[in-house]
Design a protein around this ligand. Structure first.
Ligand code: ATP
Ligand code: MG
Ligand code: MG
Ligand code: MG
Length: 439
């Protein structure tokens, strides 16, 4: 993409309403624009990041054998009356009436609707296990929407629901979700720590939240620093092998890691003092096992192997797709701007032309641009008639992992400059080599 043809409304001033760095950078780098309190338009650059995150989430869910579908944003109140949550959900639920006076709501989550789908079509244990998920906009009329997309009212969530014949199978689904979430966050360049959490209004017995450590996080967290060393990296995961899943889950859940809701100071004291950490964290996901809470309320039963009808065992699992854009920035930035991890970056590399209009420099930039595209990379070419300083500032702000700087001086010696946004390291090398290095 050429910058002169793109839509990148970068702000020079720091917007006064933004209290935390991710919100400031998201506004300044032209990722979002507020449409109403807690509701945002995703501008082109922001949308690219959002879609990258969504794609990673989607791919990792499918690797785990989970099945995508799409449910609507608007739901009928009747289903929620059946589960008893229509009243219980309180003021966070946006209630709507249609022209016929029917009660609708903008879904804050989908346990009821997915259970209704399940009960309409499935009645035998032979059709189990199944996990269905979607990535869809949610609405929660938060008391205090703030921090931009981190606590919005309208936000994009991946929510998945497992259906199993018995408790053991449902706990296997729980493990599978935990591992798939570890993979998902790792691919985004994030350290998200699974922490024992409190089940809250969804109800249930087994639940973990995934937290990204950040000063600006809304949760207080306590953990054993050993958990920071854990990584799946290139370990082969076989989602068909419950023993392997159990082993990974046990590795990640053995070190102490809890949010303030479940924190147990006596237990925490058993962690060697030099490894005891407390800080703040951002909740980017949560997994629940809640058994038959919704299947009983909504009459979702299956016949088991003994021919008895039993309520199906369930769990639900969420990832805050739009919150992740903010969380990644909180975890990865410096005083100049965002530093995107490779997995989610909106463009792979920025090309800065130091002498726009100079035939040789323009031609070199065009060559590099074409070379990158041939390799399947997505470059952003700053072809504006601007000073070098302004171009560098824009590139630093929007945080692409690589910058290739092209100017007449370097070209005279046959070289361009390649700079890493993360390390600041710079090297001069021939254009073709710069291109190869990024690929
Ligand atoms: P929080 O504690 O931050 O209010 P939650 O526990 O109510 O979140 P869940 O019901 O667990 O949220 O939803 C799954 C995920 O959706 C959360 O882990 C979070 O990443 C994301 N999420 C929840 N509420 C919001 C919101 N208001 N804005 C953006 N993302 C959100
Ligand atoms: Mg909430
Ligand atoms: Mg929470
Ligand atoms: Mg939660």
């Amino acid at each position: 993409m050429r910058l002169t043809r793109y839509f990148l409304p970068v702000l020079k001033e720091t917007p006064a309403e933004a209290q935390i760095v991710s919100h400031r950078y998201m506004l300044r780098a032209g990722l979002i624009k507020q449409a109403a309190v807690g509701i945002y338009s995703w501008l082109p650059l922001g949308l690219k990041v959002l879609r990258n995150i969504e794609r990673i989430v989607d791919e990792e869910q499918q690797k785990a054998g989970h099945i995508p579908l799409l449910m609507p944003t608007l739901q009928s109140a009747d289903l929620w009356r059946e589960s008893g949550r229509y009243e219980a959900y309180g003021e966070e639920m946006l209630r709507i009436k249609d022209r016929h006076g029917r009660d609708l709501l903008y879904g804050p989550t989908n346990e009821e609707m997915i259970t209704d789908i399940f009960r309409s079509f499935v009645s035998s244990y032979r059709d189990l296990p199944k996990t269905l998920y979607h990535i869809q906009w949610k609405f929660r009329d938060e008391m205090r929407p703030r921090f931009g997309v981190m606590r919005g009212r309208e936000f994009l969530m991946k929510d998945g629901y497992n259906f199993d014949v018995d408790r053991d199978a449902a706990l296997e689904a729980y493990d599978r979700h935990m591992v798939s979430y570890l993979r998902t966050f790792e691919r985004m360049g994030l350290k998200a720590i699974p922490m024992r959490a409190d089940s809250g209004p969804i109800g249930g017995e087994n639940t973990h939240e995934f937290l990204v450590l950040a000063e600006t996080g809304e949760s207080e967290v306590f953990y054993d620093s050993e958990i920071l060393d854990l990584e799946l990296s290139d370990r082969m995961v076989n989602y068909e092998d419950p023993d392997q899943l159990k082993e990974i889950v046990s590795e990640w859940t053995t070190p102490y890691a809890r949010t303030d809701e479940t924190h147990d100071p006596a237990l925490f004291d058993k962690v060697p003092e030099e490894r005891r950490r407390s800080s703040r964290g951002i909740e980017v996901g949560q997994i629940f096992y809640f058994g038959t809470k919704y299947s009983e309320a909504l009459g979702a039963t299956v016949t088991n192997a003994d021919g008895q009808r039993v309520p199906v065992e369930m769990g639900s699992h969420g990832i805050g797709v739009s919150r992740l854009v903010g969380a990644i920035i909180e975890a990865s930035h410096d005083e100049k701007g965002i530093i995107w991890p490779e997995g989610v970056t909106p463009f792979h590399v920025g090309i800065v032309n130091l002498r726009q209009g100079d035939a040789e420099t323009d031609a070199a930039c065009a060559g590099i641009y074409a070379g990158l595209r041939t390799l399947g990379l997505d470059p952003l070419y700053d072809d504006r008639n601007e000073r070098a300083g302004a171009k560098f500032a824009t590139m630093d702000l929007i945080g692409l992992p690589w910058r290739i700087t092209v100017g007449p001086k370097g070209l005279k010696n046959g070289v361009v400059e390649l700079v890493s946004r993360r390390t600041g390291e710079s090297e001069e090398l021939p254009p073709e080599q710069a291109v190869e290095k990024i690929a």
